[in-house]
Each structure stands twice: as structure tokens, then as C-alpha cells.
Design a protein around this ligand. Structure first.
Ligand code: PCA
Length: 213
């Protein structure tokens, strides 16, 4: 089974992006799993183009895009990508779209088709903080999640895809003393557990990971 695993370049003034730090540390293969790693630009216009080229080139069975969610204390497995770009900060090309549809004729949202409950369960079993998230924001990560699911639904329904957000890592303690931080080794391990889980799971678990507002 071939996995395309992506992280992002730094953005917003940070020197590093923990998502790429984690992805770059994955091995090229695990038991029965081949891993292709790539770094995506943090730009609305180029990120999805780059991802589509990678999918066409490598023909993966599974695509997992990983990004930074600074301020979150857990690894978060994203459930849904929504059809909107609404940037609070400029992307790395200096572009700040406001209330722009990603696909003007597309549905309002797409669900990830990864076994998100099984992934949360497997990661939590190993003592790593993890949760389902019901919003990937409205910046480049949501753009990529919506875009990859649009590609899958319309062009390659055999692919399973989704998005994982990770917290800041402990080496950001000087930059962000107030932010929750996670050890990079735990993030790498969580991603490895998620890949193993996906390779062994065809039907997701029916367990509640819901929230009440
Ligand atoms: N996080 C941003 C974009 C790139 C990244 O790592 C986001 O959550 O949209």
C-alpha cells in the first residue's frame, strides 16, 4: 500500500513547520507500506496544484496531508474540509483571499474518507493526545483538505485521503511560551500509528468522538 504523506513549508514568520519536520522523519517504508514524502507550499494557488501533480505521479492508495495548528494541544484528525478560503494572514505568496469559494460549483464540504475514529483510537491507545477536529480552519490547510477530497470524489474515488493537524513542537518554547507544545517524536509516532491503522482498517469504528457546544 502506497502512502503519499505531505507536510508544509514554514509560514507566518516561523522558521520551521512541525508538520514537515515530522513528515521528513518518516521512513521510506514500513511493514507493507511504502511512503512518498513531499513538502507543500503554503500558498492557495500552488499547494493544490503541487498535490495533484504528486498524486498523478505517484498514484498513492492513501493521501495524508499534515499541517500545523498552532494553539491546539492535541494531534487532531480532521473530519471535514469546507468550500471557502477566508485568510486571516497572507499566504506565502502574499495573497489574502476573503470569502472565496475553492470550487464555485462544488459542494459546501467534503468529509475525509479515512477511518478517523479508528485512527484516534489507535493513537490514544499509545498514550498520545489526539482528538477529532470538525474544522481545519479557512486557510491553506482547509483549502488542501477540501481540494484533495474534491479530487478524490470526482477523479479517483479509490484513494483514501484526509488531513492531520499537529501542535507546535517543544523547540518553539522560546518563541511561544504560552502555546501548548508536543514532542516531535510523539508526533512522528502518532503519524506512523495512523498509517498502520489505515493499512489495516477498511471499515471505520462506530464510536463517539463527538462534541457538544
Ligand atoms: N498550517 C496552516 C497552513 C500551513 C500549515 O502548516 C493551516 O492550518 O492552514
Amino acid at each position: 500500500m502506497k502512502f503519499l504523506m505531505t507536510g508544509f513549508e514554514p509560514f507566518g514568520g516561523d522558521a520551521k513547520n512541525p508538520s514537515w519536520e515530522a513528515i521528513s522523519r518518516l521512513k521510506d517504508g514500513y511493514d507493507g507500506v511504502e511512503v512518498v514524502k513531499a513538502k507543500l507550499p503554503v500558498t492557495f494557488d500552488e499547494s493544490l496544484k503541487a498535490l495533484e501533480t504528486l498524486i498523478k505521479t505517484h498514484k498513492p492508495d492513501v493521501v495524508i496531508c499534515v499541517g500545523l495548528a498552532g494553539g491546539r494541544k492535541e494531534i487532531t484528525i480532521e473530519r471535514i474540509g469546507i468550500n471557502i478560503d477566508d485568510a486571516r494572514i497572507a499566504d506565502n505568496a502574499g495573497f489574502t483571499p476573503v470569502d472565496r469559494s475553492i470550487r464555485p460549483d462544488g459542494p459546501a464540504a467534503y468529509f475525509s474518507n479515512l477511518p478517523i475514529k479508528a485512527m484516534v483510537n489507535a493513537i490514544r491507545d499509545q498514550g498520545i493526545a489526539v482528538a477529532i477536529s470538525n474544522t481545519a480552519g479557512t486557510f491553506v490547510c482547509n483549502h488542501v483538505l477540501y481540494g484533495v477530497m474534491d479530487y478524490i470524489q470526482t477523479k479517483a474515488p479509490e484513494i483514501r485521503g484526509g488531513f492531520v493537524h499537529v501542535p507546535y513542537t517543544t523547540d518553539f518554547s522560546q518563541d511561544y511560551p504560552e502555546q501548548p507544545l508536543m514532542d516531535l517524536n510523539d508526533i512522528v509516532r502518532a503519524i506512523e500509528i495512523a498509517m498502520t491503522c489505515i493499512s489495516k482498517t477498511t471499515v471505520d469504528l462506530k464510536i463517539s468522538e463527538g462534541t457538544v457546544c
